[in-house]
Design a binder for this molecule. Structure first.
Ligand SMILES: [Zn+2]
Length: 289
């Protein structure tokens, strides 16, 4: 069996651009296919909140693959959706004939469209990812209802997001990571966005001007769009090699993970400071407090 990677394992958790790249791959390859079977192969892959087993998608046709934040779902010609979260290491792979089966397969689906058929697997080494069958409210599955829209969503309201951020007393980086205000920004893109906007991660959001918060939101949108662009160019019609992160990481990170490296803008060494149990990376000159 040959497995075309829709997603390749990453050292860190996939962030929105990587999930968007996976969404595009799944949407491109599987829209129009009908599930013939679904089977979970690990006790933790089916989310406890799932309203039905994976087999319940059998007979449902895929209308498209959607996303809110890092929640993906297959829209079906039914009033339920198949929802997926990649967690730390989840991958979707489409089987092909000349490659061995990957390890850590947690669920398996067969799909058909006319004479064409596919086998789709969900592989997840660290088992933080999950799948579920859920009801929809205005087109959004239950588990994603609390997630705010991200800047790529047509419903994204930039002014409302900025106003919400401005009302918070927490450090701007925490506010940027709050998925209930704006979704999509994780630790990596938060550091990159703040570097681009020249804002220190520890400044209280309420102390920043609306204009400055606007520039951070725009920088986040820009940096994530660039990462999607990199990922989006790496899959072709048959071999899906979706690894938006590595391509982006090799060339484009200015701050994240760059401790001790020169700031690409001013040459001062990038600093790393503790941020909860993670880190923040910033330029002490460009991003003065
Ligand atoms: Zn600098």
């Amino acid at each position: 069996m040959h497995w075309a990677h829709l997603y390749i394992s990453l050292a860190s958790m996939p962030e929105l651009p990587e999930v968007e790249t996976v969404r595009r791959g799944l949407d491109h390859f599987l829209t129009g296919y009908t599930f013939r079977s679904g089977l979970d192969l690990h006790p933790r892959v089916l989310k406890p909140a799932s309203i039905a087993p994976l087999a319940s998608v059998s007979g449902a046709r895929i209308k498209g693959v959607n996303r809110r934040g890092k929640f993906l779902w297959f829209s079906l010609d039914r009033d339920i959706a198949l929802v997926a979260h990649l967690g730390m290491s989840g991958q979707f792979l489409v089987a092909r004939k000349d490659r061995p089966e990957p390890g850590h397969v947690r669920a398996r689906f067969t799909l058909k469209k006319g004479l064409k058929s596919h086998e789709l697997v969900f592989s997840d080494q660290r088992t933080f990812g999950w799948l579920s069958v859920e009801e929809l409210t205005e087109g959004v599955p239950t588990s994603a209802l609390h997630i705010a829209v991200d800047p790529f969503d047509a419903a994204f309201d930039r002014d409302a997001v900025i106003a919400k951020m401005k009302s918070r007393k927490a450090a701007i980086k925490s506010v940027l990571l709050n998925q209930e205000i704006m979704s999509g920004v994780g630790n990596i893109y938060a550091d990159e966005s703040l570097w681009r906007a020249k804002i220190h991660p520890e400044i209280a959001a309420c102390d920043l001007s609306v204009k400055k918060i606007g520039s951070i939101v725009d920088a986040a949108t820009e940096v994530m769009a660039e990462a999607v662009e990199v990922g989006g160019t790496s899959f072709d019609a048959l071999y899906i090699n979706v690894n938006g992160e590595s391509g982006f990481f090799e060339t484009s990170l200015a701050a994240y993970g760059q401790e001790g490296e020169p700031c690409p803008r001013c040459g001062r060494q990038i600093r790393r400071i503790a941020f909860g149990n993670r880190s923040s990376h910033f330029c002490p000159k460009c991003q003065a407090k």
